[in-house]
Design a protein around this ligand. Sequence first.
Ligand code: FAD
Length: 388
Amino acid sequence: MKSDFTYDLVIIGGGISACVFASKYLKNNITKKIALVEIGRGLGGRSSTRISKRFKGWKLNHGAPNFNISNSKNNLLLKSYIDELLENQFIKIDDSDAFFLNQDLNLETQKISKFSCGVNYLSLDSMGQLSQKIIESNNLKGKIDFYFETLIVDLKFNDKEWVITSKNGKKFKSKYLICSTNLLLHKRSLKILNINQIPLRKAIPINHDKKIDLLLNFLEEQSFIPRLTFLIYTNENYSYKDFYSKKQRYFYLRKNLENKFKFERIIFQLQDNNKLGIVVHTKNIEFINYYLNANNEEVFKQKIITNFNKLFENNSVVNKLTFDPKISIMKWRASQPIGVAVPLSLQVNRKYRIGFCGDWFEGDGFGRIEGSILSALILEKKISDLIK
Ligand SMILES: Cc1cc2nc3c(=O)[nH]c(=O)nc-3n(C[C@H](O)[C@H](O)[C@H](O)COP(=O)(O)OP(=O)(O)OC[C@H]3O[C@@H](n4cnc5c(N)ncnc54)[C@H](O)[C@@H]3O)c2cc1C
């Protein structure tokens, strides 16, 4: 079977930032041959959707359930892109209920979360579909080859080209490279990929390029928030106490409640089959460790239901859960970058013909979809004169 592939441009990662970049880039460069390589089974990355084989008909957004733009007033590039997504009817303004549970378990509607300030947008389909639509909208000529379930583990640069190697033995050769993930630039790659040198560092040794050295130094100072998400497939007759029919409904816990109940946010997601899915996020380290050390997953799942029921005991809209819904658990070891953000000035390296995008760059949207989209738009503008 063929294992060597040659392209004009290879994009590593298939999250929303890669999709925005590829879509914009393709619009202006339809003659280029592009490959997108992604370890997951589809597009979307941390803003994608679990389509369960076991639970037919369920689609749960298990990473970001929606996205918010905290400030686009002074950012025409971002504003016009959001307008484009609205016009294409890929997204709409999210007017779902967003509640903040305070110390007395009362509901407030003030938007104070980092994930809800500014204007909120909802995908008209699922979040996974949003990335897919973004890329499909400008891939009319079938110019991208997609390689899913393909994990890149090694990067090499010779003057002529990049050689990008996957764990399953594929070699991609390309004059230009875009990394939409920073895994291959960050020390967490050593453990995750079971290698002994950060791939980008190996490709471009220290003191060969000041900008690359700086980029890797910034990333040295960046770490990540681990999260667990619990996907609750409720029973047939589970419903709200009131008559709420919008697609999603969000409950955020204030800090003291988060400490007590271990949940950060709970998102109710109405399914096409009219069942009510519930996605619960936690970033409570104690709780995550409790899960990692628990020998019995069933006991842990019972704990989730107990906490949920205690939290919503006297709630006016949420019913308690019975003890038999199905729960699947998703582990995110790097759900969100924290610490030092990378300056946008380090996004493109002309000497090595490499560009970077993602939520790990500086700006209002650092660690969120806002930052991913904006960094991709800026990268596309910066790179258009480089890739000829
Ligand atoms: C649980 C959770 C909740 C969140 N909630 C919100 C929210 O409410 N609002 C918000 O704005 N943001 C939220 N975020 C953050 C948001 O999801 C991210 O900021 C955004 O999705 C990042 O997009 P990206 O394209 O930059 O990166 P990613 O989505 O991470 O895309 C990078 C892609 O690269 C792939 N990849 C990585 N390494 C390799 C490799 N070596 N080879 C091949 N493929 C590789 C990954 O599989 C991934 O698909 C949340 C994140 C999580 C996990």
